[in-house]
Structure formats: structure tokens, C-alpha cells
Ligand binder design. Structure first.
Ligand code: G3P
Ligand code: CA
Length: 235
């Protein structure tokens, strides 16, 4: 099985995570997948921020869900020239045939299902919520929450989903199992027992890339798309 490279938060080892520049670079490096985390602002906009707070990745301080889009837009993110938070909608514009966007919804409890509902509505506006073929869908939705995965399945049954799971065995829902690399290192039989294709995160070390390839992992999420592609091409 072909192992595809997903740029985790963009080419985030080279440029600041969740910035447009990091995603553009990932595509230039040859990644065929992009991964992002999404949260809702106080006024209901979907933005790409990993942490609950903006402190680590921007010039500001505060909690994303209690800030408005315009408040987030006043901050500088990473090394971007201009202030402005990355919207999920801007990433949709980067999609070209053969490129997939893996959207991870955070946080199922805080947002009470609103983030999945808003996500599906946005995808529907872009005609991306009902792909003809799940395997070729440009959008894949992921979560560590079973509740969130089930919500996406309910709102948009044609959208493929990844059940993320850290070091535990992923519950048997979703189209893909999403273990961490630590899990696969500890338990290489995981892939054959998963009963569906595997998306593994975060795979930055060459020996881990090779392990994933050997085990038949379908997607590897990495902060280093260029180096990961080089390892895969060399095998
Ligand atoms: O791709 C899944 C992975 O991103 C989950 O962990 O904390 O980096 O969102 P985290
Ligand atoms: Ca993530």
C-alpha cells in the first residue's frame, strides 16, 4: 500500500505551525496531505489554532473560544508579515486535485458539537461535504473524541473520518484508525489488527517512517514532509 505524507500543522519543522506559509511550503515540498486543528472563535468562526490559548503561537494572550475573529486578526502568528489568524476557509483554497486536508476538530466538550456542525456547513458551502467517493474525498475529518466522529458521521455520512487514539487501541469507529507512532513502535501488530487503513502521527524520525511503510500505514502525519518524502522515495 502506498504511504502518503501529511504535513502536520504545515511544514511545521521549517516554518511556524498553522500559518499559510507553512502549508504552502508543505505543498511545494510534495506533501499530498495537510493537517490542521480547528477551533471556534466567540463569534462562531472556524480558525486553525492547536492550543486552547493563543499565547504559544501568537503575539497575544487569551483563550481562542472567548476571543472574536477580529481580536485574533489583530495578532501576529508565527513569522507571517501581516497580522491575522489562519481561517479554515483559507486552507480550502489551497486544495488541488490529489491533495487532501485532514481537519482535526478541537474541542468536543467546550463547543458542544458546534464545531462539527459549523465545519460540515462550511464544507457544504464549498461542495466538499458529499464526495462521490470516500477514498478520494479531499477532506478527512479527525478527532480524539468518539462523540465528535459520530457527529460528523451523522451530519455528513459521505465524509471519511479518522478516530485518533494516542497510545490506546482506537475504538472501532471511523474509516481510519489514528494511533500515535509511540503506539506502533510498541505494538507493530496494531496495523493488521486495526481492521481499516491507518493514519499515524507524528512521524518525524527516518526509522519511524520506515516502520510505517513496512507495516503498510496509509497516511503518515509529519512536521517534516520533505525529509519524510525523501525517506519514502529511497525505499
Ligand atoms: O494528527 C493528529 C495529531 O495532530 C494529534 O495531536 O496534539 O498534534 O493535535 P495534536
Ligand atoms: Ca492535530
Amino acid at each position: 500500500m502506498l504511504t502518503e505524507v501529511v504535513a502536520h500543522r504545515g511544514a511545521s519543522a521549517d516554518l511556524a505551525e498553522h500559518t499559510l506559509a507553512a502549508y504552502q511550503l508543505a505543498l511545494e515540498q510534495g506533501a499530498t496531505g495537510l493537517e490542521c486543528d480547528v477551533r471556534l472563535t466567540r463569534d462562531g468562526e472556524l480558525v486553525c489554532v492547536h492550543d486552547r490559548r493563543v499565547d504559544r503561537t501568537s503575539t497575544g494572550r487569551g483563550v481562542v473560544s472567548v476571543m472574536t475573529l477580529s481580536e485574533l486578526d489583530e495578532l501576529r502568528w508565527g513569522d507571517e508579515d501581516k497580522p491575522g489568524v489562519l481561517r479554515l476557509e483559507s486552507l480550502l483554497e489551497l486544495l488541488t486535485p490529489g491533495v487532501r486536508l485532514f481537519v482535526e476538530t478541537k474541542h468536543p466538550v467546550r463547543y458542544g458539537g458546534l464545531v462539527e456542525a459549523k465545519l460540515v456547513a462550511l464544507l457544504a458551502r464549498h461542495s466538499l461535504a458529499r464526495p462521490a467517493n470516500k477514498e478520494e474525498s479531499p477532506i478527512v475529518v479527525m478527532s480524539f473524541s468518539q462523540q465528535a466522529v459520530r457527529r460528523v458521521q451523522r451530519h455528513a455520512p459521505q465524509l471519511p473520518t479518522v478516530m485518533l487514539s494516542g497510545t490506546r487501541l482506537a475504538p472501532r469507529i471511523g474509516d481510519y484508525a489514528g494511533p500515535s507512532i509511540e503506539r506502533l513502535r510498541a505494538d507493530p501488530t496494531y496495523v493488521e489488527r486495526a481492521g481499516r487503513p491507518v493514519y499515524c502521527w507524528t512521524v518525524d524520525e527516518p526509522e519511524d517512517v520506515l516502520l510505517c511503510k513496512r507495516l503498510g500505514v496509509r497516511f503518515v502525519a509529519t512536521n517534516k514532509p520533505a525529509a519524510t518524502l525523501e525517506v519514502l522515495r529511497g525505499t
